[in-house]
Design a protein around this ligand. Structure first.
Ligand code: UT7
Length: 325
C-alpha cells in the first residue's frame, strides 16, 4: 500500500505587506530584502485565526475532488502558531469542516512540520489504518514576529495549504520515500523563548520581547543548504534514483538564496525548482504545501513526474521525500 496526493489547496489572507511598507517600520530597504531573500510581499492575517486559514485551504483541496468531509479519517495540522496552546488547532479545523469521523492532532516541527505530518500520515496509510488524510500546514507567523527587529520581520508571512492523501495499491506511485532528521544540539539557532514551562508570561518577558522569534539567520542559512542536499540524496538513492531524475523540486520557501544554493549544489536545472517565496515570504509549515499547490495549479507537475520535497527548520529539523505524481 502506498500513499498518494490526490488534491492540493491553499489560502493566503487578503492583506499584503510590501517591502516598501516595511521600509516605514524598520531600518531596511526593498533592495536589501529582494537581494538577500527574494521576498517581495507577504500576506498578513487580520481577524482570521490559524484554524480559519487552515479551514479555507482544506476546503480548496477537498472541493476540487468533491470529497465528503465524512470520508476523511485523519487530519494532521502542522503549525508553530496554533489558535491556542490547548486544544489542538486541528480540532477546530475538524469542527469547521464537519469531518466528524476523523481523528486529529497538531505537529510542531517548525518549517519541517508539513514533512513530519506527511510522514506520519504516510505510515498510517501504509499500515492500513487510514484511507484518506488531510495534511495541512498553517501559520500566522505575524503573531510571533518582532516588528521592531529588521533581521527577522522582513522574512515571515502568514498562510495555509493542504494536501489530500489517499491509499493506493500502486506501489510505484505516490510517496516512494520520506525521511526525517532532527538535531537538538542547535535549539539556540531559532526559538520563541516564552511563554512556556521555562518562562511564563510576565511583564518582564513581554518587555524583553521574548514572546517573539529569535533567530541566528546566517548560521541557520549555512546549515540548511548542506542538510537539504544530503538528505535529498539519501532519499533519492533509497529508491534507486538520482538528482537527474528529479522533474520538480519543492523546497521549503525560506529564502530564494537557499533554494538557489541547493540547486547549484545538487546540479538540477534552475527551472525545476519551484519558487513562491517572493509572493508569501517564509510561512514555516505552510511553505511546502503552498509551493506544491502553486506548482499543481500552474501545470508545473505532470502525471508520472518525480517530485523531490525537502525542508529545513528550527532547530534543527530537516526532511526529504521522493514522490511519483
Ligand atoms: O525557515 C527555516 C529557518 N530559517 C531560515 O532558513 C532563515 C535562514 N537565514 C536567512 O534567510 C538569512 O540569514 C537572512 C535573510 C535572515 C539574513 O540574510 P544574511 O545574508 O544572512 O544577512 P546577515 O544576517 O549576515 O546580515 C548582513 C547585514 C548586517 O549588517 P552588517 O553587520 O554587515 O553591517 C545586518 O545588520 O545586513 C544587515 N541586515 C539588514 N539590512 C537591511 C540584517 N537585516 C537587514 C534588513 N535590512 N532587513
Amino acid at each position: 500500500m502506498n500513499a498518494k496526493i490526490i488534491s492540493t489547496g491553499s489560502y493566503l489572507p487578503e492583506k499584503i505587506l510590501t517591502n516598501s511598507d516595511l521600509e516605514k517600520m524598520v531600518d531596511t530597504n526593498n533592495e536589501w530584502i529582494v537581494q538577500r531573500t527574494g521576498i517581495k510581499v507577504r500576506h498578513i492575517a487580520d481577524g482570521e485565526s490559524t484554524s480559519d486559514l487552515a479551514y479555507k485551504a482544506a476546503l480548496d483541496a477537498i472541493n476540487k475532488i468533491h470529497l465528503d468531509p465524512l470520508d476523511i479519517d485523519l487530519i494532521i495540522l502542522a503549525t508553530v502558531t496554533p489558535d491556542m496552546p490547548l486544544p489542538a488547532t486541528a480540532l477546530f479545523v475538524q469542527e469547521k469542516l464537519g469531518a466528524k469521523n476523523a481523528f486529529c492532532f497538531d505537529i510542531n516541527a517548525a518549517c519541517s512540520g508539513f514533512m513530519y505530518s506527511l510522514s506520519i500520515a504516510n505510515a498510517y496509510i501504509k499500515s492500513g489504518t487510514v484511507k484518506k488524510a488531510l495534511i495541512i500546514g498553517a501559520e500566522e507567523l505575524s503573531k510571533i514576529t518582532d516588528w521592531t527587529d529588521r533581521s527577522t520581520c522582513v522574512i515571515f508571512g502568514d498562510g495555509a495549504a493542504c494536501v489530500v492523501l489517499e491509499a493506493t495499491d500502486d506501489e510505484n506511485r505516490g510517496i516512494l520515500d520520506i525521511r526525517l532528521k532532527s538535531d537538538g544540539a542547535y535549539t539556540n539557532l531559532m526559538r520563541v523563548p516564552a511563554p512556556g514551562s521555562i518562562k511564563q508570561c510576565s511583564e518582564e518577558v513581554i518587555k524583553n520581547r521574548e514572546i517573539y522569534i529569535k533567530m541566528l539567520g546566517n548560521e541557520t542559512f549555512k546549515m540548511s543548504v548542506r542538510h537539504i542536499a544530503s538528505i535529498s540524496e539519501e532519499s533519492l538513492e533509497s529508491v534507486g534514483l538520482n538528482f537527474s531524475d528529479v522533474d520538480c523540486m519543492v523546497c521549503h520557501q525560506a529564502n530564494k538564496r537557499i533554494i538557489d544554493a541547493v540547486v547549484r549544489r545538487i546540479k538540477i536545472p534552475a527551472e525545476n525548482a519551484v519558487i513562491t517565496v517572493d509572493r508569501h515570504g517564509n510561512t514555516a509549515a505552510a511553505s511546502i504545501p503552498l509551493a506544491l499547490d502553486w506548482a499543481n495549479k500552474n501545470g508545473k507537475i505532470k502525471e508520472d513526474d518525480i517530485l523531490l520535497l525537502n525542508s529545513f527548520g528550527a532547530s534543527l529539523t530537516w526532511a526529504a521525500s521522493v514522490i511519483r505524481w
